[in-house]
Ligand binder design. Sequence first.
Ligand code: OXD
Ligand code: MN
Length: 580
Amino acid sequence: MTARLQALSEWVAEVSKLTQPDQIHWCTGTREEYDTFVSEMLLSGDLLELNQENYPNCYLHRSDPKDVARVEHLTYVCSKSEIEAGPNNNWMDPVEAKDLMLGFFSGCMKGRTMYVIPYCMGPLGSPYSRYGVELTDSAYVVANMFLMTRMGNEALAHIEQTGSFIKGLHSIGELDPERRYIMHFPEELTIMSYGSGYGGNALLGKKCHALRIASYQARTEGWLAEHMLIVGVENPEGEIHYLACAFPSQCGKTNLAMLIPPKSQKGWKVWTLGDDIAWMHLDDEGRLRAINPEAGLFGVVPGTNQKTNPNAYETIRHDTIFTNVAVTAENDPWWEDKETGEAAVDWQGRSYDTKSGPAAHPNSRFTVSAKNNPSYSSLAEAPEGVPITAVVFGGRRSELTPLVYQAKDWAHGVLVGASVASETTAAATGEVGIVRRDPMAMKPFCGYNFADYWRHWLSFEDRSDKLPKIFHVNWFRRDTDGRLLWPGFGENLRVLRWVIDRCEGRVDADTLPIGYLPKAETIDIEGIDVSPNTLEQLLAVDPQQWREEMDHIGEYLQSYGDRLPDRLSAEHKKIVQALS
Ligand code: OXD
Ligand code: MN
């Protein structure tokens, strides 16, 4: 064994001494190994077989009913100093946090197997990829990591070559919400997660590594780790523009990433590169290039149907793990708005009764390899990534925010990103439907102080003159009767086309204090149920409402105190003055 793998085995030995598993299994990452885990989980009841004729190789996992979402109040960034973690994170002193966690982990794997999962985030061998090793006592986590990352022997070989990896220690513990913490130690490139088996808390490659720890690494190394989908939009002439889009959880990232152009948009195609996370680096020519660190999709199931997301609907017809959906009498998976079949048994395994709430949990999920997606881009595996034409921010806002607008320049775009706010959803525990500030859609995921993070974003302005243009979209604006004004889903392509037209300098726009707004005639509304009057409402900017919004944003930014970059305050001031 080489010295580099020696360090890994020593860590594994140390953890095993602490957690005392009955056995240790080093994952190889082969399909046969995955099939063995599935068979074992079918025996243990961790997985249930779904109708194999209609849904080949599809299984259902029912989680503990109190373990169904990310737990932001139990998620901590334990940097040495509290100010490093910033007001945007929960913070605990790293020594104290480790003491607490070591107490939980002590002996917790008795009677269980400890799985060693070497994994790669990003295409294997890409200079932009990073490696990690997760130690876990959950076979469900291993199976999900198999679908979501490039894991096993090949990743291990790269770890041996590069010598560096993120250490992730996970145990489902007793699944007791009182004994549950997700702790990050950015300075030590270490994650400790105890007491939950839910995706965002337990698949450590995803939010913990690819966002919280990676964002910290990205700052020191000069790149960006973002909560963004990546899509390629191909025009009828065959040119593809790549967009990276950030939306808070459950604002339709997966739907946008897998969009199928409606019939009216002849000749257009959309290619998926990623649906949740983008790592972006400047290349030698100063272009921002993105890779998707993930290899699979962990998407929200309810709402998926042949109209809203036909690609996802196809993607999850085979080789998929469903978590917390309902089942039909034929043992097919079922969820709200599936639009075929009906629930017989709810997500908790009880005979379904409409009075006891939704049949599928609102945050029920599918885990599936990205390769199942018919529109998976061939460049998703390209080690050099794809050049990004536009960065698009968005949020769920019933009022105020127009369908789309463009930031005037990079620094203004950073302010637009920092100002993202959205109505909360079921992806995290807590109250649903209140507006919360979610800068760059990274509120739950930035591994350090947001003020430093904005400074890092701003620094790109001095490093390149070929940066993407920045936009903001809102698919969720409603009229005074509460009806959505924009049809959304596939029709969102019409807005992406305007974004690309702007980047290519093909259309003029109106200059307003908040940014460049589309001239009504430059958004194609032919063939959809959006009247010119509705489009006017969608694009309306109410100066009084915006003055109030800018006051809220100002107060929010000021809560970062002296660390707030002057450049960002200056951008804010510019808009306030223009509005008054
Ligand atoms: C996710 C989330 O699961 O953002 O992607 O909650
Ligand atoms: Mn997400």
